[in-house]
Design a binder for this molecule. Structure first.
Ligand code: ADP
Length: 248
């Protein structure tokens, strides 16, 4: 089985928009428990790649496997989410009027179970899980605060926490530190590092110092395919990569 040991296996994926190849024979292999950073100049295809993984965009060709068994190209967006791929968009979307605790509770219930939760209340196990995630994202002291009153960084962590309530196997995170202070960035690096192992994490990010602080392997996308893969040191010393970024 070729895809063994990989949580995500994309091979020869291409997609065109009006004849323009946004993704061009893309290969991406993410190991279970890995924390991978994806970088690349504007228009490189990073967003389109995430859209393909989550079922928002269907490629023209190629194959995409999640774990050993699930063919992502045969699955709808909700089916893919249900199977364990969580996506965090750049802008935080939390329920501003609700408390931190309630945000996590709502996220755990999802759309389907919200009513039964309202009637039956939380089990001890569910409360423990919320407490565990609240501590992980560093918001244990804000449990009764309205999400709307949190700082930008805290909202981002809360949204990561909300994704965690669904127990995703793979987390896709889009530019998590945009607009954050240095301190918040350090805290985010810690958080993402602590998720790796238990989850597989793919982070799209522009801030190179941040990428350096989290990634073991970095993938550089350019014109819809992988230009290079390696450690941050290998990438920053690569002539092809320098050329691509100088053109920005
Ligand atoms: P990135 O996220 O790396 O900046 P994108 O995936 O957003 O890159 O875009 C890759 C290329 O595909 C860009 O040139 C963009 O203009 C084009 N593109 C993306 N989505 C569409 C679409 N729905 N229709 C037409 N062109 C698109």
């Amino acid at each position: 089985d070729v895809s063994k040991g990989y949580i995500l296996y994309l091979e020869d994926i291409s997609v065109s928009f009006d004849g323009f190849k946004a993704i061009n024979d893309l290969n991406l292999y993410i190991k279970e428990g890995e924390l991978r950073c994806i970088i690349g100049p504007n228009g490189a295809g990073k967003t389109t790649m995430m859209d393909i993984i989550t079922g928002k965009t269907t490629p023209d060709k190629g194959s995409a496997w999640f774990g050993q068994r699930l063919n992502l190209l045969n699955m709808s967006e909700p089916q893919i989410a249900e199977a364990g791929i969580g996506r965090k968009f750049q802008k935080p979307t939390v329920f501003e009027e609700h408390t931190v605790f309630d945000n996590l509770e709502l996220a755990m219930a999802g759309d389907k179970q919200v009513l039964s939760l309202l009637f039956a209340g939380l089990s001890g196990e569910q409360k423990d899980r919320i407490d565990e995630v609240m501590t992980l994202i560093g918001l244990q002291d804000c449990r009764y605060e309205r999400a709307g009153s949190l700082s930008h960084g805290q909202k981002q962590w809360l949204e990561i926490g909300m994704l965690l309530m669904q127990n995703p196997k793979l987390l896709l995170v889009d530019e998590p530190v945009a607009g954050m202070t240095h301190q918040e960035m350090d805290r985010t690096a810690e958080l993402l590092n602590s998720l790796a192992g238990r989850h597989s994490v793919v982070v799209v990010e522009h801030d190179m110092d941040f990428v350096r602080s989290i990634a073991r392997t970095v993938t550089v996308l350019h014109q819809g395919s992988v230009l290079m893969e390696g450690t941050m040191d290998q990438i920053q010393n690569d002539a092809k990569v320098k050329e691509v970024y100088l053109g920005e």
